[in-house]
Design a protein around this ligand. Structure first.
Ligand code: NDP
Length: 332
């Protein structure tokens, strides 16, 4: 069994918070995602320890989705168990987000972006997590077949029902973001944020989405800022036996850790060391350097990784020389 939890008194002393777009909501620069390591197959006590440490360090934003696990739905159930025991007294200090968009149940209403799917999925998520409402409800991926007006109106509906306080979109490109933001504005429920992948190895948001989000007043939260662990010291001395890349059913594969990727990672690590940071910390500061950036959304497999990432906020600024050196390392 685990001890009762009492959050650290100094939990807001070191983390920084940024306003999401033109909303009133401030989010911590580092958010913790529960995509991996919180499923039914994982050790709940490790998840609990990571969430406790995160919150003690001012990371008050936990990100989920209906399908996180494995099996799908189990990360929300794990979160619910931890929340009930540890975090209920802190509900008003927490930002809890979930999403719907990927396959969740059989039949035509189990994925994509219809009102039928989104409303049912959020109800299921709230039951699994044991919550009355989430802080942010996202549409997880654009749906090429459903009219965007229907999907956005479903997001507006959940806010009016009191099941979500804010709504967001995920994996929407610049043009899709512009359209979604316009529709939501007209409905009276502004788009809080777009959640997209961004890291040194995947720069697709530059510059169109960065510019559009700023112009529309939509925040940006960047997922996989560490390229699923590549942009850390994890692979510098070979493949660790507990790496995500060796687990089944995940996106990072051993074959992604190529010699040429490793050569770049080693060079980036030298630049990070010269800045007095770990590579993970530099990778986080790097995605946060844009004025349009709201937050970086990490995953972790240990308490030590939570601590390392949280300390990224100690040094966020870059000199022009450092940015140029990073670009040179990435171009090799
Ligand atoms: P990251 O790029 O942060 O990768 C996380 C992995 O990096 C960890 O599992 C760990 O690998 C390693 N790592 C983390 N911190 C450190 C550290 N300090 N030192 C060394 N290694 C470290 O992000 P994820 O890909 O996990 O994505 C983060 C979150 O983003 C998800 O949980 C989810 O909430 C969200 N997401 C959203 C998507 C969307 O479509 N909207 C898609 C994907 C993610 P290891 O496990 O090997 O130790």
């Amino acid at each position: 069994m685990h001890d009762p939890y009492s959050a650290a008194g100094l939990r807001y002393d070191t983390m920084h918070y940024r306003r999401s777009g033109r909303s009133g909501l401030k989010l911590p620069l580092i958010a913790l995602g529960l995509w991996h390591n919180f499923g039914g197959v994982d050790r709940l006590e490790n998840g609990r320890a990571m969430m406790r440490r995160a919150f003690d360090l001012g990371i008050n934003h936990f990100d989920l989705a209906n399908n996180y696990g494995p099996p799908p739905g189990s990360a929300e159930e794990s979160f619910g168990q931890i929340f009930r025991h540890d975090f209920r007294p802190y509900r008003d200090e927490l930002i809890i987000s979930t999403k719907a968009g990927y396959a969740m149940w059989p039949g035509p209403y189990g994925e994509w972006g219809s009102r039928k799917y989104l409303i049912a999925s959020l109800d299921q998520s709230l039951r699994r997590m044991g919550l009355d409402y989430v802080d942010i409800f996202y549409h997880h991926r654009p749906d090429p077949d459903t009219p965007l007006e229907e999907t956005m109106s479903a997001l507006d509906q959940v806010v009016r029902q009191g099941k979500a306080l804010y709504v967001g979109i995920s994996n929407y490109d610049a043009e899709e973001t512009r359209r979604a933001a316009r529709i939501l504005r007209e409905l009276g429920t502004p788009c809080l944020i777009n959640q997209v992948v961004y890291n040194m190895f995947d720069r697709w948001v530059e510059p169109a989405l960065l510019d559009t989000a700023a112009a529309e007043g939509v925040g940006l939260i960047f997922f996989s800022p560490l390229a699923q662990g590549l942009l850390t010291n994890r692979y510098l001395d070979g493949m660790p036996s507990d790496s995500r890349a060796l687990k089944s059913g995940v996106f990072l594969r051993p074959e992604h850790i190529t010699e040429s990727a490793l050569a770049r990672i080693r060079q980036l690590n030298v630049i990070a060391q010269a800045r007095g940071q770990t590579l993970a910390q530099m990778a986080l500061a790097w995605v946060l350097r844009h004025p349009a950036a709201t937050a970086a959304l990490i995953g972790t497999s240990s308490v030590q990784q939570v601590e390392d990432c949280a300390a990224a906020v100690r040094k966020l600024d870059f000199s022009a020389e450092e940015l140029a050196a990073i670009n040179t390392a990435l171009a090799e």
